[in-house]
Design a protein around this ligand. Structure first.
Ligand code: SAH
Length: 230
């Protein structure tokens, strides 16, 4: 018994680094083939996605698919977005150091981690209790002290920490929640999929101009899981 344990420990020791190398390679490949090849060019976004360990944020059964070109199930009917979509939404808000960003729909925590590699502070809210808990503890283990995660209805934003330089909403809403517009800084950008659930929605960029007026632009057709309310 002891010997088997010893052997498995040794095997783990030998195999684990090889796996790490594989994930590292898969990640570089993901960025080249799925992001750069499709026009994502914002270096900080590309670098962040080259380093965030996406395979550590998906359920065990999905680890082998972590770097594939598609969304993956994370339980409770929810998904981790396709890497390209994460790259696109990150690039579009033009994140830089010094910024404070709000994300609605923590899900796996992956989008939050990508942002946390670039900006100073990330606030993220998830409505499904179990997902909120899992993401929070994984992100802590992975060492992201600048991510502040909570369970709750993102419709109301996170007032205590507003205003935000940018807001990323990762669930499709029929309209833009007014509290989120309010919590966006003047000059800030919000990216949000707008449209009915289970149909194709429009990914929209909302810019709050210095005079407080809003400028909106349709970016591309997308399919996101629905924005739900408690
Ligand atoms: N950004 C996530 C994508 C998760 S999918 C990632 O990187 O993995 C969108 C998430 O939004 C789901 O987990 C869903 O439960 C959550 N969600 C839906 N409506 C919400 C709301 N009103 N407030 C907060 N989270 C919400």
């Amino acid at each position: 018994m002891k010997l088997t344990l010893l052997i498995s420990a040794l095997l783990l020791f030998l195999i684990a680094p090889a796996d790490q190398d594989k994930y590292h390679r898969d990640r570089q490949q993901m960025v080249t083939a799925q992001l750069e090849a499709r026009g994502i060019s914002h270096e900080p976004t590309l670098n962040a996605m080259r380093s965030v360990e996406r395979h550590r944020l998906v359920p065990p059964a999905q680890v082998q698919y972590a770097y594939e070109d598609r969304p993956l199930p994370i339980g409770f009917g929810q998904t981790i977005s396709q890497p390209y979509m994460v790259g696109y939404m990150t690039e579009v808000i033009k994140p830089t150091a010094g910024m404070k960003v709000l994300e609605i729909g923590t899900g796996s925590g992956y989008q939050a981690a990508v942002l946390a590699e670039i900006v100073d502070e990330v606030y993220t809210i998830e409505i499904v209790e179990e997902l909120a808990k899992t993401a929070k503890s994984r992100l802590e283990e992975m060492g992201y002290p600048n991510i502040h995660a909570k369970e709750g209805d993102g419709y109301f934003g996170w007032e205590e920490h507003a205003p935000f330089d940018a807001i990323i909403v990762t669930a499709a809403s029929e309209f833009i929640p007014p509290p989120l517009i309010k919590q966006l800084k003047e000059g800030g950008k919000m990216v949000i999929p707008v449209g009915a659930p289970f149909t194709t929605q429009q990914l929209m960029l909302v810019e709050k101009q210095k005079d407080g007026k809003r400028k909106t632009r349709n970016l591309l057709p997308v399919r996101f899981v629905p924005f739900t309310r408690n």
